[in-house]
Design a protein around this ligand. Structure first.
Ligand SMILES: [Fe+2]
Length: 238
């Protein structure tokens, strides 16, 4: 509300969230999904590309994810919510994902051939770069989710510079900038924004308790600066 609300630049498109009910550690009911979608509309989002986990703990298939999207879209249109919902996935990079890439199995991508990937937070898989290389060789562009949150980086960004040099894009999470994940992710996220290393911002919304931090991140001077410069790729997906 007030001046801040009116002068705030909006992101318009979110590329990372867990809004399909009961298929991962995100939304646990249709009511929760709708509550979060209404909040995103209030934050001026026009489109959400939601990204359920494909992870050893959540072994979702494209069929399960597309069926979940269908159910969610039906509810969104029933409730006449003015937002576009699409789907992709957040792929956990492990050997089974590498095998899938090597076999050229179908991958849920967005915006053409963008693929959202995440690493283990604790240890970087030794084959991580090889997986990125194989994705790039197949014409995909990997987008690394929440680079600011990987503990193994211990606050350093050299590895992220190397990935960008390979052609990997980076997606910083708004809640990190808002302080939800602690001091280091906030500092690294802001450093990446200040160094113009961020391709996409995302909500990584799992539950309503994330919303206040998401809004704080959106209102931060670092995010507002980057939004006003118009160099993020989110809006290109409208
Ligand atoms: Fe996520």
């Amino acid at each position: 509300m007030g001046l801040l609300r009116r002068s705030r630049a909006s992101l318009d498109v979110d590329i990372h969230s867990h809004l399909i009910p009961n298929i991962d550690d995100g939304s646990q009911s249709m009511e929760q999904s709708i509550e979060m979608i209404e909040a995103l509309i209030n934050l001026d989002f026009e489109k959400v590309i939601t990204t359920p986990h494909i992870h050893p703990n959540y072994p979702n298939t494209p069929e399960v994810i597309l069926a979940g999207l269908n159910t969610l879209q039906q509810e969104v249109s029933k409730q006449k919510l003015a937002i576009e919902i699409e789907v992709a996935a957040e792929y956990f990079v492990d050997e089974s994902f590498h095998d899938r890439v090597k076999r050229n199995d179908p991958i849920l991508s967005f915006g053409g051939k963008l693929v959202l990937v995440e690493s283990s937070f604790v240890n970087k898989p030794i084959f991580f770069e090889a997986v990125m290389f194989d994705l790039l060789a197949q014409g995909y562009t990997p987008v690394l989710a929440h680079p600011e949150r990987y503990k193994f980086l211990e606050g350093r960004i050299e590895w992220l510079k190397e990935l960008k040099g390979m052609g990997v894009m980076l997606q910083v999470t708004l809640g990190s900038i808002g302080g939800y994940y602690g001091k280091i992710p906030e500092q690294v996220g802001k450093l990446l924004l200040q160094n113009d290393m961020v391709d996409f911002l995302g909500s990584d919304l799992h539950r309503a308790s994330h919303l206040a931090y998401l809004e704080k991140g959106l209102n931060s001077k670092e995010v507002q600066r980057i939004l006003k410069r118009g160099e993020l790729k989110n809006r290109q997906l409208l």
